[in-house]
Design a protein around this ligand. Structure first.
Ligand code: GLA
Length: 485
């Protein structure tokens, strides 16, 4: 269908079109009306900017909220997120030239255009369109050619709050990749698609794992996901009976182009160094050195308890200097820097002023992975007290993120304390940290009172209450897909 035909169908409330939209956003009028309006606006922009008379596709990719399992993914260890209804919607059509042209409904984002090529150079750091480029580059790398692609025009309409730990960047990337695929009449198997896109963050300098992309691609309506890596595997998990999820935004920006990115990458480096040191000290160590904590756990330990004991026995608290690490590994300091302290994007992270923290970081990752496994077992069995027990695991996760992994901040800590005061069964920061959001497990029906309390105690004193978009009730949503092709 053309953009003009789709607009006409929406205007006359065509039953088939409404059913398609309703399948994703909900069939009640309160959800359907704004979803149709948003789609109409995007189609209108497409017709205005490009053409109303050419066929278009409409695709979407959701953000995610992580329930538990923070900073475990890049260590090869499991996570438990769910996709959310906030998403990135793209209206796209084929273009005659070999360029990608992008315009965003939000006028704060300047129009962008770039040429398709085997290697696409990024725009300057922080440019929003780098996520579109990373999606394109990811697919071109997979196919190992760009000369058989035609250009694509895209209109982007996003509703995932930015720099908030809800994976707006994965939603951007995956929606753009789907637009590219759909306009070329190509498809990818979901697991391969998620894995291909997982590499995309490296394009923007993040050394992240694959959680966000997997959650966005593989999300299931009504279910959270237990995700394992290497190889990527996904199992659906139900939330505890009679509970719901509310997310609170601290309104502290966790921008991936700035300090948060470097702090994040430094954690990745610290985990890699801890892995090397733990392997060097393991009493019964495997012949092949592990690259990830998951491999160390599987090969050099007898499971979580033994791993935590080894961490306690072989690492010391507080900072390590580069010289101390080099000495323990019997390597030259320069070799340590070159082999362990460089991200895939080529960024190098030397020792910070307080040194590399290894015991604390490894303890967080291993105990967090254990909490994910415990949560999974619990939610599969679903005893009557699942909400309280899962909530306790979420609370323990926040404490570990705060004290051992040092990815919280005063605002997130305050939100978590207030949430517990307001009766949340569990509350923790979600996503990379350093700002962004908390995720709260509430009893069914408790959301209005909870939100009122948080408003009075957190948002109003900071004069943030009127800005809107502070608190969201989310049900697990369906993953990325083509809405119209
Ligand atoms: C970011 C990354 C993910 C994951 C989380 C922390 O969202 O993109 O891969 O590491 O942080 O759990």
């Amino acid at each position: 269908m053309t953009a003009a035909e789709l607009m006409q169908a929406l205007a006359r409330r065509d039953a088939q079109i409404l059913a398609h939209v309703g399948e994703i956003y909900g069939t009640d009028e309160a959800a359907l009306a704004p979803a149709c309006e948003r789609l109409f606006v995007a189609l209108h922009r497409y017709a205005d900017t490009f053409s109303g008379d050419q066929p278009v596709v409409v695709v979407r990719a959701p953000g995610r909220v992580n329930l538990i399992g923070e900073h475990t993914d890049y260590n090869g260890l499991p996570v438990m997120p769910m996709a959310i209804t906030r998403d990135v919607l793209v209206v796209a059509g084929a273009a005659a030239d070999a360029r990608v042209q992008v315009t965003n409904i939000d006028r704060n984002y300047a129009d962008r255009s770039f040429a398709l090529a085997r290697h696409i150079p990024p725009f300057s750091t922080g440019d929003w369109c780098n996520y579109i480029k990373s999606a394109t580059q990811g697919l071109i790398d997979l196919w190992d050619r760009a000369d058989d692609l035609h250009g694509v025009n895209m209109v982007i309409s996003g509703t995932v709050p930015l720099a908030s730990g809800l994976s707006s960047s994965a939603a951007f990337t995956i929606a753009a990749a789907l637009a590219l695929l759909a306009t070329h009449r190509r498809t990818l198997a979901p697991l391969l698609f998620a894995e291909t896109m997982a590499h995309s963050d490296h394009y923007v300098g993040m050394a992240s794992g694959g959680m966000d992309q997997a959650a966005s691609v593989l999300g299931l309506a009504g279910k959270a996901l237990k995700i394992d890596f290497h190889p990527l595997r996904v199992q659906p998990v139900a939330l505890p009976h009679d509970t719901l999820i509310v997310v609170c935004h601290s309104r502290v920006r966790a921008a991936k182009a700035g300090n948060a990115r470097d702090e994040y990458n430094r954690r990745v480096v610290e985990c890699r160094i801890a892995t090397a040191l733990l392997h060097a000290a393991a009493p019964a160590r495997a012949a092949t050195a592990p690259a990830l904590l998951s491999e160390w756990l599987a090969r050099d330990t007898r499971g979580f308890d033994d791993a935590l004991q080894q961490i306690q026995a072989h690492l010391h608290p507080g900072g390590y200097t580069l010289a101390e690490i080099a000495h323990a590994l019997q390597l030259a300091p320069d070799t340590v820097l070159r082999t362990l302290c460089v991200t895939k994007a080529g960024l190098q992270y030397g020792a910070p002023a307080h040194g590399f923290k290894l015991l604390e970081r490894a303890r967080h990752v291993i105990s967090e992975a254990r909490r994910v496994e415990q949560s999974f077992t619990l939610l599969q069995a679903m005893p009557a007290e699942a909400a309280a027990q899962f909530g306790a695991l979420m609370n323990a996760s926040h404490e570990s993120c705060r004290a051992d992994y040092e990815i919280s901040c005063t605002e997130l800590d305050e939100l978590v304390l207030l949430a517990r005061e307001a009766g949340a069964a569990g509350a923790r920061l979600t996503g990379a940290g350093f700002g962004g959001c908390t995720v709260n497990l509430l009893r069914a029906g408790a959301a209005p009172d909870f939100m009122r309390f948080m408003n009075e105690r957190y948002y109003e004193p900071r004069e943030l209450a009127r800005a809107g978009d502070n608190q969201f009730e989310f049900a697990p949503a369906t993953g990325a897909g083509v809405i119209f092709a």
